[in-house]
Design a protein around this ligand. Structure first.
Ligand SMILES: [Zn+2]
Length: 830
């Protein structure tokens, strides 16, 4: 499917430059104080770019201070979207988690009023050095993206969250500051990335500073004047709070990172240290003209906007409408450079608010396939004294003829209904940045119009052509679906274009350890009316899938057809994939599945990743079949073990307290269970009794912070935050004849190939001598660590603590991880 760039271009210019609240979730509702802040913002012509690596790196108090306190056009550039972290509210991982975090950043920006942009960098997990980070991302690719952002936004000041030289933090962090420093100069140099100059011009920001954090004694040792201390804790009566308070609300949107934050009230200073450009002595923006004088022709706009601010009365905002409309006419006459475009969008929103105009475009369903009918109702209400008139409507893209205008009686909704259908070939709503990029460190860049944007533009929008006091202006509303949720009330969801048929498998990874065929289940769900055709299944060489063709005919969107197919693995161990082509008339297309991300703090996200199953043929021996499982956080391991013939019982607190555990060959305690299951503080002795009676307890990593009990094992050891981030780091056996390395599977170096993201986290340290470490492993340039897997005999059984990331490797279908895990489960069996 190709992107239809001509209509994207219209949307990008018409919509995406509007202030942050418009493209997502509900239409913006602004009170009189917010309109005054918009008028304040219109007086200031200047911008600041805050730059760091991840969702959550941004200093929310500082963003709120720049945006609401200094009225600057403020942007947070997060190099990546945070798909490599842990999810504290659900099971989303990888790209899906990145989509959730993208929306959490946008939710934060809706509060602090800043804009949000990204580069193509993938969050590939923890990195210990910036060198490793830049090698995986591709230094030049991400530098180009940062340069692009600077040239596009033309910020006066660039602020990093991290130091380009001081280590001791995530490699992504240091890399973000290194790139900021390089891009500060490269953005101004027309010889660097000249291919960008067709769309943007070189730009030299005035200064680059590091928003630093220093201990008190460190600060005392610094030369006077080597840093700038800025008070950001002022109370803002328009907000009814201080900037750090607003920052806490904004930070608390990072729910998937459990960053709910207490507000801090009272004075608060932030430090800024110069990295490039003339150091600031008294103010970060000193020496920079932040007035309309910096724009040719701006002297015609500035007095009108200044007068509007002086005349503004919150109880009668329409009083400033004539001035704002005059300013609009003046601003329309200025050249369309980036700052002017930003100001035009802000002024339009101020006009909308001052005139009390509400516009909305509501679809009769949340998702629709190309070709199916969709009804869109466009509503405009003039709720203020603006005396606006409607000149007409247009759809963007123009899927239907526009509507005629008419008068807008005070507070009377004026509606128009459009019957539309998306043409064949319209791309589905899969985010442009998702999927396989040019390298494993890069997300796809999408079409140049979208480069760096957080999300796709709306699939469809309505432009309302309005006029007041003889001045025409356009307001654009994305088409949304409006839902009355009995618990949450009014919810607005983006309209999604769905593929004609969606295909979901019961398992995204099939791991087979035996020769016989296995039944796989899949479901085809109609995305549109009267869809018929066939699914063609294709398995990698050596694998057989029968039947390979599955005909279907579905009447209504949402109707389902369920299928089973028999999958026969090859004899030899190896990996492959099962893919699906959907043929629904015309050429077949790779089938897509559907993933929904639905939380109250973000708009509904609908993703359409390719429908495919990873296939793994294992050479696996099992000993021990009956497994008890103490589930931890978002743990997929039980679902991966069951198809291999293990009987896995999830153990409730009640079963742990009173059940008979002695029949289990092994009991696994899932990731972070000792952080999130408070009852384990009392129940742990039951687990250790089970071990003493001959059982095997395998504890997967818990976080060293916030354990529910002081010690999890029969003998002391400490859980550290040490991790091995190189997934190829050599695993050196320390006890070659240890049963874990030999029974029933002989573990060799080959078993540590193909691990994903890392070796492990939260390794054990300072263990009692009764524990035996099994492997030694080290990251490049570090000392070896042997706390990744430790075993102790206790009574007649065994206790194991492991930081190795089985929770990641098993769902990813990594063969060696299965073989080693099978050996852990088999410790009890003779
Ligand atoms: Zn970070």
């Amino acid at each position: 499917m190709a992107w239809n760039l001509s209509w994207l271009k219209g949307l990008v210019l018409g919509l995406l430059l509007l202030p942050a609240p418009l493209p997502a979730q509900a239409p913006p509702v602004r009170d009189a104080a917010e309109l005054q802040m918009l008028l304040d913002r219109l007086q200031v012509v200047g911008s600041v770019l805050y730059l760091a690596a991840h969702p959550d790196d941004e200093n929310n108090a500082v963003l709120a201070y720049f945006s609401k306190g200094r009225h600057l056009d403020t942007c947070y550039l997060s190099l990546n979207r945070g798909g490599g972290g842990q999810n504290r509210i659900g099971s989303e991982q990888g790209d899906v988690l990145a989509a959730l975090r993208t929306q959490e950043l946008l939710a934060a920006r809706r509060l602090d009023g800043a804009e949000q942009l990204f580069t193509r960098a993938v969050d590939f997990g923890y990195s210990k050095t910036p060198q490793e980070t830049l090698a995986i991302w591709g230094h030049d690719a991400i530098l180009a993206d940062v340069v692009w952002t600077i040239r596009k936004l033309r910020p006066d000041v660039i602020v990093t969250r991290f130091s380009p030289t001081r280590g001791g933090t995530h490699g992504h962090h240091t890399a973000s500051a290194i790139l900021a420093l390089e891009a500060f100069r490269a953005a101004a140099d027309p010889a660097r990335f000249p291919e960008q100059l067709a769309r943007v011009r070189p730009w030299q920001a005035t200064r680059l500073v590091w928003n630093s954090y220093r201990l008190r004694n460190e600060l005392h040792a610094m030369a006077p004047g080597s840093y700038l201390s800025v008070e950001v804790g002022a109370y803002d009566p328009l907000l009814g709070m201080s900037y750090p308070e607003l920052g806490a609300l904004s930070r608390s949107q990072h729910r998937s990172q459990a960053f709910g934050t207490l507000a801090q009230r009272g004075s608060k200073t932030e430090l800024f240290e110069p990295l490039a450009g003339p150091p600031a002595k008294a103010d970060l923006f000193e020496g920079i003209d932040l007035s309309w004088k910096r724009i040719a022709g701006g002297e015609r706009v500035a007095p009108l906007l200044a007068q509007a601010l002086r005349d503004y009365r919150p109880e009668r905002p329409a009083g400033v409408l004539p001035l704002l409309l005059k300013a609009k006419a003046a601003l329309d006459g200025l050249p369309a450079e980036p700052r002017v475009l930003d100001k035009r969008a802000q002024l339009l929103e101020a006009i909308r608010c001052a005139a009390g105009i509400w516009v909305e475009a509501v679809a009769d369903r949340q998702s629709v396939a190309a070709g199916d009918p969709l009804e869109v109702t466009a509503t405009v209400i003039a709720r203020g004294e603006g005396r606006a008139a409607l000149k007409g409507y247009d759809l963007v893209p123009a899927l239907a003829r526009g509507g005629a205008g008419g008068p807008l009686p005070l507070n009377e909704p004026v509606k128009a209904t459009f019957q539309v259908a998306f043409p064949a070939g319209t791309p589905c709503g899969q985010p442009y940045w998702m999927g396989e990029g040019a390298s494993p460190g890069l997300h796809p860049g999408g079409p140049p119009e979208l480069a760096g944007l957080p999300e796709n533009p709306p699939a469809l929008a309505v432009t309302f052509h309005l006029e007041a006091l003889g001045v025409p202006f356009d307001l654009t509303a994305p088409v949304r679906f409006r839902l009355g949720d009995q618990v949450l009330g009014e919810r607005w969801q983006p309209l999604t274009v769905t593929p004609p048929v969606l295909v979901d498998f019961d398992q995204p990874v099939q791991v087979l350890a035996e020769d016989g065929a296995r039944q796989v289940s899949l479901v085809a769900v109609a995305g549109k009316r009267a869809v018929a055709g066939r699914l063609r299944l294709q398995a990698s060489e050596g694998w057989r899938v029968e039947p390979a063709e599955l005909p279907f005919a579905l009447a209504r969107p949402g109707d389902e057809a369920r299928f089973t197919a028999l999958l026969t693995p090859p004899r030899a161990a190896g990996a492959g994939s099962l893919t699906v082509t959907a043929e629904t008339g015309g050429a077949g297309e790779p089938a897509r599945s559907v993933v929904r991300i639905d939380y109250p703090h973000i708009p509904l996200q609908t993703l359409f990743p390719p429908a495919r199953v990873k296939l793994v043929r294992l050479d696996l021996q099992r000993g021990g079949r009956r497994i008890g499982y103490v589930a931890g956080a978002a743990d997929e391991i039980p679902a991966m073990l069951r198809p291999l013939g293990y009987r896995v019982d999830l153990l409730s607190d009640g079963e742990l307290a009173a059940g008979d555990l002695s029949g289990y060959d092994a009991i696994v305690v899932g990731i972070r269970a000792f952080n999130i299951r408070p009852a384990l503080a009392l129940l742990n002795p039951r687990l250790l009794d089970y071990v003493a009676g001959g059982g095997t307890e395998i504890v997967l990593y818990s976080n060293d912070q916030g354990l529910v009990l002081p010690a999890v094992g029969p003998y002391p050891f400490r859980i550290s935050s040490h991790r091995i981030t190189d997934p190829t780091a050599a695993m050196v056996p320390l006890v070659p004849d240890h049963p874990l390395l030999n029974r029933p599977n002989r573990i060799t170096a080959a078993d540590f190939q193909g691990w994903v993201q890392e070796r492990g986290t939260y390794f054990a340290e300072d263990w009692d001598p009764r524990y035996v470490p099994v492997f030694s492993v080290r990251d490049p340039g570090e000392e070896p660590s042997s706390g990744g897997l430790i075993v102790a005999a206790h009574g007649k059984g065994h206790f194991v603590y492991t930081g190795l990331s089985f929770f990641r490797q098993l769902p990813a279908g990594v063969p060696g991880a299965y073989r080693l895990f099978a050996n852990l489960l088999a410790l009890r069996t003779p």
